[in-house]
Design a protein around this ligand. Sequence first.
Ligand SMILES: Nc1ncnc2c1ncn2[C@@H]1O[C@H](COP(=O)(O)OP(=O)(O)OP(=O)(O)O)[C@@H](O)[C@H]1O
Ligand SMILES: [Mg+2]
Length: 222
Amino acid sequence: MLELKNITKHYKHSATGEAAVNNVSLKIYEGEFLTILGPSGSGKSTLLSIIAGLLNPSDGVVYYNSNEIKNKKLKTVNTAAGISFIPQGQSLLSNFTVEDNLYYPIYLSGNKGNYRDRAEEVLKLVGLLELMNVYPARLSGGEIKRVAIARALMLKPRILIVDEPTSNLDRENACKVMELFGAINNDGTTVLISTHDESFLPLSDSVYRMNKGILQPISKIA
Ligand SMILES: Nc1ncnc2c1ncn2[C@@H]1O[C@H](COP(=O)(O)OP(=O)(O)OP(=O)(O)O)[C@@H](O)[C@H]1O
Ligand SMILES: [Mg+2]
């Protein structure tokens, strides 16, 4: 279980002077599908980046299986805990083919070995096997998103964090992406997403709303 206790984030160069994340406490249970809704600028990406270990909080503590994780160790522990993060924007490397993009997290983690079979497996899962040798410039927005999902699955994460999985996607592609997260969650992976898309609600075990840095649970409108 991942637990956040009283997490606050003040950016050094904040336009508003307000905390981007304000005293957030949250428990994420194994196998859970947790969705965070909230307007633009409410702090969703900031919170997810902290949970993914990419950003240190100004205050508060993160626990992983009851062990306190000190700020500087966040990234290392999260990698060891099997946390994969898909950021909000386009995150593929444009000079590399889809296949080589898939190997990037392997390279970063220092793993050696042949991951060709795994690359084929995750591309099949997102329905894009035929695009293995293509460069990102030749992909549609929906395909780019699905490659980013495939890449996040390469090392079989236990927790998958996705910032706005369906932003800029049409209904058909958004549905494909949603179905994919449902299937990934059914396979036992914990899924944590931020979204404006309320059609994720039926998939979710828990739903929260973020507003001006404050996170509150809301009951599901099924
Ligand atoms: N690097 C930064 N430096 C200073 N302020 C920042 C930085 N990143 C974000 N902010 C501010 O923190 C607040 C929260 O931003 P964040 O990106 O977390 O919101 P969000 O809920 O993800 O918004 P969106 O739905 O538009 O993606 C905003 O007021 C934003 O301007
Ligand atoms: Mg955001």
